[in-house]
Every structure is written in C-alpha cells, then in structure tokens.
Ligand binder design. Structure first.
Ligand code: HEC
Ligand code: HEC
Ligand code: HEC
Ligand code: HEC
Length: 305
C-alpha cells in the first residue's frame, strides 16, 4: 500500500485532507501561505504587461541566483546546519531566496526573489491594480489586498528588510544562530538608495515609459531617509530575537546608522523615540514631497549595487 494509503487508513481521512496535511508538512509552516491566503503567481504573469521591468529583473542578482545558489558549498553547509537536506526543498530558505507559486494544491518554486517578493503576492490584487479607475482608488483597493505600491515607500523598504538583514519577524533565534554559525552572511549596510538604484532599478514611469529613469537627488534624499527609518524599525524589533554576537553587532550598527540621519529630521522625532511601522508610515507622509538633500547631503551613495 502506498504511504498515502497507509496514512489515510490510519487516520481515516479523505484524500484531499491528507494530501493537504502532507504538503503542509513538506513545505513547512513558516513560508506556506494557507489555502485561503493570498499567493504568488510568479514573474511570468507580470511579464506580458511589464516587459521593461521584467527585462531589468531578469538580469538582477535576484533572478540569477536561482540557477546557482543552491549548488554552492556554502549553501549546502547552511542547509545542513538548520536540519534540512536541499536548499530548494527547505521552507526556511525559500522564504527569502525563492518565489513559490501555487500550482493546484501544491506550491512550486519557480524563481529567485521576484516581482511579488517586493510588490506583494498578487493573487488577490492582479485584476484590480490595473483597472481604469482613479489612481487613489486603485491604490487603496489593491493595497487592501496585499499590494505594495512604489508610492508606499516605507512599506517597500520594510519589505526589503523582511529578507535583508535577517530581521524577518518570523525568523526564530535558533535558526539565526544555526545560519550564522554555518556561514550565512548578515549585511549591516543594506541601504535602500544604494541597493535599489543600481542593477535593481526599474523606473519606467509615464510619460517616458521606454526609459529607465534615474532618480532625482531630491527623490534619493527622501528614499535615503525612509530606508533608514525602515532599518531602524526592523533592527530595533529584531534585537531581542537572538543574542548571537554577530547578529547583535549588525542590528546595533543598523540602528546607529539610522539614528545618525533621523535625529536630524524634525519630522522623524516621534519615530526615533518609538520605532513602529505606523510612525514610519507617518514619516513618509510628512516628507514625501520634500527635498532633504541639504540634510542628507554627503550620505547619499556615490555608487550603487
Ligand atoms: C494585464 C496587464 C497587467 C498585468 C498582468 C500586471 N500589471 Fe501591473 N500594471 C498594469 C497597468 C496598466 C498598471 C498601471 C496602473 C496605473 O498606475 O494606473 C500597472 C501598475 C503596476 C504597478 C504600479 C506602478 C506605479 O507606477 O505605481 C506595479 C508595482 C505593478 N503593476 C506590478 C505588477 C506585478 C508585480 C504584476 C504581476 C504579479 C503585474 N503588475 C501584472 C498592468 C498589468
Ligand atoms: C531572512 C531571509 C533569509 C533566510 C531565511 C535565508 N537567507 Fe540566505 N541570504 C539572504 C540574503 C538577503 C542574502 C544576501 C546577502 C545579504 O545581503 O545579507 C543571502 C545570502 C545567502 C548566501 C550567499 C552567501 C555568499 O557569501 O554569497 C547563501 C549561500 C545563502 N544565503 C544560503 C541560505 C540557505 C541555505 C538558507 C536556508 C537555511 C538561507 N540562506 C536562508 C536572506 C536569507
Ligand atoms: C527587489 C525588489 C523589487 C523587485 C524584485 C521588483 N520590483 Fe518593481 N519596484 C520596486 C521598487 C523599490 C520600486 C520603486 C522604484 C523606484 O522608484 O526606484 C518599483 C517600481 C515598480 C513599478 C513602477 C515603475 C515602473 O517601472 O513603471 C512597476 C510597474 C514595477 N515595479 C513592477 C515590477 C515587476 C513587473 C517586477 C518583476 C518583473 C518587479 N517590479 C520586480 C521593487 C521591486
Ligand atoms: C524575498 C526576499 C528578498 C526581498 C524582499 C528583497 N531581496 Fe534583495 N536579495 C535577496 C537575496 C536572497 C539576495 C542574494 C541573492 C544572491 O546573491 O544569491 C538578494 C540580493 C540583492 C542585491 C544584490 C546584492 C549585492 O550585494 O550585490 C540587491 C542590490 C538587492 N538584493 C536589493 C534589494 C532591494 C532594494 C529590495 C527591496 C526593494 C530587496 N532586495 C528585496 C532577497 C530579497
């Protein structure tokens, strides 16, 4: 009798339920959206309407790492340290390294971090974000369904931090320790302007929809501030997760770098004393049309990732 049959016999459950339970166990609890939750559709779904953005993404480290990262010695060592066998089968790794798409009742890994890793799982918003409606209405409707719009910059930045800086709220201390001790990197210098305006940059905003536009210095100054705001919130929130010395050092460095600029921005006073997401979003609302170049000045990166 097949394994499935045996389990079914023992538990007297229907096939669907058993399959569901097995799938849940196999892919793990951390990353797996439940069946009713929003799920990812994969970058190919976006390609048809967003060719330019897709072409940029394809050449980025996010896309390219898919074919190689699991083969490295380092990756194999880290997977083993967390009790897994293969990186592509390990849910913990998949959360940050892969795009997992719903195929029937199962989840399948189809790419590295991609469109929906940054803009939100699209199952519930893909058909409303592009409707012929006033922009504000669309933004409200699609974000209620999980879309992260480029204009919601604090949320965009917070989302990068769910992978970069190992500050994901769901990542537990024992896993952090196992990862770091087996050689997983932790980067205390993730800064939004430097990391989003280089190879990752896709800014085909109308009316120049064929041009990947360079961000203005004023735009970069705001982005720098909001990136640091998100880093402050993420790093502060993650300090209590792990006492690992490398982890503590990295998060403390992130906090110090963020405070060095935020204490110079009057609108950020509340966030500095209470680093919460709501205060971060309020800061974005307060500065989103300001030019902060005179305050941020020399801190803007000279070269980009
Ligand atoms: C059927 C065509 C279509 C598909 C498929 C599609 N989009 Fe869009 N998308 C649009 C249109 C049209 C807009 C412009 C809406 C607006 O801003 O008025 C848009 C806007 C966006 C924006 C906001 C742009 C801005 O300037 O604020 C993002 C982000 C985005 N799409 C991401 C995605 C992602 C990710 C996918 C795949 C999961 C996707 N889209 C699939 C047509 C599409
Ligand atoms: C919380 C998100 C997160 C999780 C979970 C995670 N990684 Fe990573 N990993 C990253 C990021 C982000 C980078 C890129 C380096 C950086 O910017 O910190 C990275 C880099 C790596 C690298 C490249 C190291 C190098 O020196 O080039 C390897 C290998 C790796 N991860 C393996 C794994 C494996 C195996 C797992 C599962 C046990 C895993 N990662 C889990 C976020 C994560
Ligand atoms: C690493 C995170 C990340 C990934 C991956 C990503 N985006 Fe974006 N996207 C952003 C950020 C950040 C912005 C705001 C960009 C800015 O102003 O520099 C943005 C802006 C956009 C915009 C508005 C600007 C424009 O080009 O019209 C669209 C549309 C968009 N993304 C679609 C996509 C699609 C489609 C994919 C996948 C092919 C994708 N994005 C992949 C982070 C990401
Ligand atoms: C789902 C997790 C995830 C999210 C969200 C994410 N990244 Fe990444 N990013 C990674 C991983 C994993 C790597 C390492 C890939 C590799 O090299 O194998 C990486 C690598 C990069 C790199 C190349 C790093 C280098 O040192 O060359 C850049 C740049 C980058 N990410 C920018 C961003 C930005 C900006 C955002 C948010 C707008 C973002 N990422 C959101 C997971 C993520």
């Amino acid at each position: 009798m097949s394994l499935l049959g045996q389990i079914r016999k023992v538990f007297g459950l229907g096939r669907t339920l058993v399959t569901l339970a097995i799938v849940t166990i196999l892919v793990g609890f951390w990353s797996t959206p439940s069946m009713s939750e929003a799920f990812k559709l994969g970058p190919k779904k976006c390609q048809g309407c967003h060719k330019a953005e897709y072409t940029v993404w394809e050449k980025s480290p996010h896309a390219k790492s898919f074919k190689k990262i699991h083969k490295s010695k380092k990756a194999k060592k880290i997977v083993k340290a967390v009790g897994g066998k293969r990186m592509k089968k390990e849910a913990l790794c998949a959360n940050c390294h892969y795009t997992s798409v719903k195929k029937g009742k199962k989840f399948k890994i189809v790419a590295g971090p991609s469109c929906e890793s940054c803009h939100g799982a699209a199952s519930d918003w893909i058909n409303i974000h592009n409707a012929k409606k006033p922009k504000a209405e669309k933004v409200a409707a699609a974000s209620a369904k999980g879309m992260i719009w480029p204009s919601q910059l604090f949320d965009v930045a917070t989302n990068c931090n769910s992978c970069h800086g190992l500050a994901n709220p769901k990542l537990k201390g024992d896993k952090i320790k196992a990862m770091l001790d087996s050689g997983h990197p932790i980067n205390p210098d993730f800064e939004l302007v430097k990391y989003s305006q280089g190879i990752v940059r896709h800014r085909f905003y109308p009316p120049k929809v064929t041009e990947n536009q360079v961000m203005s210095p004023a735009g970069m100054s705001r982005m720098y501030v909001i990136g640091q705001a998100a880093n402050l919130v993420a790093a502060t929130g993650s300090l209590s997760k792990s006492s690992h010395p490398a982890y503590q050092a990295a998060q403390k460095k992130r906090i110090a770098t963020a405070k060095a600029i935020l204490t110079k921005i009057p609108e950020a006073a509340k966030l500095v004393s209470a680093p919460t997401r709501d205060n971060g979003r309020a800061l974005w609302e307060a500065i989103k049309s300001k030019d902060l170049t005179s305050v941020v000045g020399g801190k803007l990166p000279k070269d980009f990732k």
